[in-house]
Design a protein around this ligand. Structure first.
Ligand code: ADP
Ligand code: MG
Length: 222
């Protein structure tokens, strides 16, 4: 699902540099990436999703060399094949949960919203235990429920890969485990791979593999 070889990246402003000799994620694999704040974990996710481009090396996602795509192709690729879950949910308050889950279809002409997709949004919400909240707005939901909605949104396009950046970081311990369980269960049901950045060492035993990112940082200390 992901194959990185001899990748180098530096922010234009200078300072931080990332060098990754080799990094792989298999289809359906659930991998945790750990490392101190500033070690480049979020930068890695931005590279994988094509939001930032490497300065050298190869980065293939689902068989495609990300830096060879046009900007439009890369955007369509990201919307269709990658799901995202963020620490702070990033749900839009003026939209209902249903509209938030279907959000990728609002912002892309490449995705067509049809009856089957609407049914899928509802089924995902039911499976996540937020079926009753479908017509409500995010501010009427608890933090745990909001993250459940964000997980549904990440899966609405049936992505091949889900990227989670500190997805459980804003939750209390009980909700953390429940949300992680939901994420694992849904990702497995969809046959997607999961790459999760996390600080939470207690969650690591649930993953297939753990990569420590400390080893990839060069340049200025964070
Ligand atoms: P992590 O997610 O592991 O905490 P990040 O990938 O966010 O780390 O950041 C890695 C390093 O890159 C940090 O030193 C950070 O200050 C720097 N950095 C992040 N974003 C930018 C940017 N837009 N421009 C310049 N430096 C940045
Ligand atoms: Mg980060």
């Amino acid at each position: 699902m992901i194959e990185i070889r001899d990748l180098a990246f530096a922010y234009p402003a200078g300072g931080f540099q990332l060098r990754i000799p080799a990094f792989d994620l298999a289809e359906g694999e659930r991998l945790a990436v750990v490392g101190p704040s500033g070690s480049g974990k979020t930068t890695l996710l931005d590279l994988i999703s094509g939001i930032r481009l490497p300065s050298a090396g190869s980065l293939r996602v689902d068989g495609e060399e990300v830096s060879l795509m046009s900007d439009a192709a890369r955007r369509a690729f990201r919307l269709r094949r990658i799901g995202f879950v963020f620490q702070d949910f990033e749900l839009l308050d003026y939209l209902t949960i249903q509209e938030n889950i279907l959000y990728p279809y609002r912002i892309s002409n490449a995705l067509k919203l049809d009856v089957a997709t609407r049914a899928r949004a509802r089924a995902l919400a039911e499976a996540a235990g937020i079926g009753k909240q479908f017509g409500r707005h995010p501010n009427a939901l608890s933090r745990g429920e909001r993250q459940r909605a964000a997980i549904c949104r990440s899966l609405i396009t049936a992505p091949r890969l889900v990227l989670a950046d500190e997805a459980t970081g804003a939750l209390d311990p009980d909700n953390k485990l429940r949300v992680l369980d939901l994420l694992f269960e849904r990702v497995a049901a969809e046959g997607a791979a999961l790459l999760a950045v996390t600080h939470d060492t207690e969650l690591l035993q649930r993953f297939d593999r753990v990569v420590d990112f400390r080893d990839y940082r060069i340049g200025a200390e964070p």
